[in-house]
Design a binder for this molecule. Structure first.
Ligand SMILES: [Zn+2]
Ligand SMILES: [Zn+2]
Length: 152
């Protein structure tokens, strides 16, 4: 069902335009510059996550993420601090400035979910959908007609 929606959205002109002009590798890092990373493949997916783990670990109302193959993501400067945020995954963040870079599932981590605002050019990777909309904070919403899922 989701795949159909994504395909339909992809056909609409202008909806996914920025992703097609992506200049790889994508580069990003934390606020203080201690952590820098590189992404060598185009994101497979992207969206807003409204889950409470993202809220509590970022300190923001939502996390704008994009998913890439774990092998396409690498730190090029510094090593992240790690926090196990649930039984199924961990958050990697800068131990100096606290900026969260990504979520990594712990078992068979084929993909990582990178926090898009940590990109040097976050506008290049727009969110395509909402997940965990059932735990979205009532006073927070975005003005869009992207698909919404109550959970993942
Ligand atoms: Zn930092
Ligand atoms: Zn989340």
């Amino acid at each position: 069902m989701i795949a159909k929606k994504k395909t339909a959205a992809g056909r609409k002109r202008g909806k996914v335009k920025p992703a097609r002009r992506l200049n790889l590798p994508l580069k990003g890092g934390c606020h203080c510059g201690a952590l820098r990373y590189r992404v060598t493949a185009a994101p497979k997916d992207s969206g807003y996550c409204h889950c409470t783990d993202c809220q509590k670990t970022t300190g923001g109302p939502t996390a704008a993420w994009f998913a890439v193959g774990a092998g396409s993501f690498s730190y090029v400067k510094g090593a992240p601090a790690v926090y196990k945020s649930s039984a199924w995954g961990q958050r990697e963040f800068c131990g100096a400035c606290g900026c969260q870079i990504l979520f990594r599932p712990q078992k068979r981590a084929r993909t990582v979910s990178v926090n898009a605002p940590t990109l040097d050019r976050p506008a290049a990777v727009p969110p395509r959908r909402h997940i965990y909309d059932s735990s979205r904070i009532a006073w927070f919403d975005t003005k869009d007609d992207l698909p919404r899922k109550p959970r993942s």
